[in-house]
Design a binder for this molecule. Structure first.
Ligand code: FAD
Length: 325
């Protein structure tokens, strides 16, 4: 690993001012479960690592009448164990518990989970200079692409690996982005992610001087329910090959409101709006689910080795949607 300096700021303002000064030469570290791998394998080589753990007040959850707020440094374990999350957002709890191992959940944070880098083996290989690292090729396009995207990839075929992102987007969550001098922007988490076509080097809209400080989930006024269904290749810790987060309001087996977001299939968490439109308002049965999932799959462009993800997506969607009606 290349030597770096470590900064341990005592306020969010100090952190964002440092980021602003150092720009691309600085990397943010939260729990460190992803970034340390990137440093050790020299995928990134910053001059300065900014440790967010020393900033007080960046962890924990709070609730008011309209929202649950999750601070970015909340660990995934604390999220999963929070009664307010379990009662109001069962899909988010399932997503948190599906993620990595208990040890990693005890250390990994929600902010880190939402900003983690892709697991593509070409990107993670020190000697391969792909698009994401300043090269001019996506080696997955014609190479080993079993785990790559079937939707929305264009020039780069990564899948976004986060389990929490699809669950939070299905709940219509927003994210607070903090910059220097107390500046804050709040954006829908759905709009936080950006496709490779926008900027192949990054996966979200964060500028080098910004950090994710909070995530907000609206509390449902009409008893919405949610679920998260994840297909992994192994029985132990593993990333999603395909996952589906579904949230909605159901009465008499029909959704009056439904949001479906998939993981493991596209460079960003992938919302299935056509499927939502086909399912909303209908009494859900196998035929309605099939019609909805087939509409989603019509947009898929599988690569040589990953057409199997289409069957998996159908199965995962069926399981997730059926479990809510
Ligand atoms: C063996 C293993 C298995 C895993 N399995 C899964 C899995 O099944 N599902 C899954 O979703 N993830 C998985 N992960 C990925 C990762 O460990 C978790 O997502 C974890 O929650 C990341 O959080 P962290 O705090 O450790 O992030 P860090 O490693 O500290 O940071 C990750 C990235 O986010 C950036 N970052 C961190 N916090 C912020 C912030 N507040 N604002 C802006 N940028 C920030 C960092 O600069 C870095 O690029 C796994 C990792 C490992 C090593």
């Amino acid at each position: 690993m290349k030597e770096f300096k470590l900064a341990q700021p005592m306020t969010l303002d100090q952190a964002t001012s440092l980021l602003s000064k150092e720009k691309a030469g600085c990397a943010i570290m939260a729990g460190g479960t992803d970034i340390l791998d990137l440093l050790k394998s020299k995928i990134i080589a910053p001059e300065l690592v900014l440790d967010l753990k020393t900033v007080p007040g960046l962890a924990g959850l709070k609730e008011d009448k309209r929202h649950v707020t999750i601070r970015a440094m909340t660990t995934v374990s604390d999220l999963a164990e929070s009664p307010v999350i379990g009662e109001n957002f069962p899909g988010l709890k399932q997503a948190a518990l599906s993620l990595a191992s208990p040890q990693l959940r005890n250390v990994g944070t929600v902010g880190g989970n939402l900003c983690q880098r892709p697991r593509c083996w070409y990107y993670r290989d020190t000697d391969t200079i792909c698009w994401k690292k300043g090269g001019s090729h996506c080696y997955a396009a014609r190479g080993k692409n079993k785990y790559h995207a079937i939707f929305g990839s264009g020039i780069c075929h990564i899948v976004y690996p986060s389990d929490l992102a699809p669950a939070l987007i299905s709940l219509d969550a927003e994210v607070t982005i903090s910059g220097p001098a107390g500046k804050k922007d709040i954006v829908k988490l759905e709009d936080f992610y950006s496709s490779p076509q926008t900027d192949v080097r990054r996966e979200n809209i964060l500028e080098p001087h910004q950090v994710v400080s909070e995530i907000w989930i609206p509390l449902s006024k009409n008893n919405a329910n949610s679920t998260y269904c994840k297909f992994k290749e192994r029985g132990t810790w593993d990333f999603a090959v395909v996952s589906a987060a579904v949230s909605g309001v159901v009465s008499n087996r029909a959704f009056s409101d439904i949001r479906i977001v998939c993981g493991g299939v596209a460079p960003i968490p992938w919302r299935l709006k056509k499927t939502e439109d086909l399912i909303r308002g209908k009494k859900v049965d196998a035929a309605v689910i099939r019609q909805g999932t087939r509409a989603a799959l019509a947009d898929a462009k599988p690569l040589e080795e990953n057409a199997y993800k289409m069957d998996l997506l159908e199965a995962v969607l069926d399981a997730a949607i059926s479990s809510l009606v």
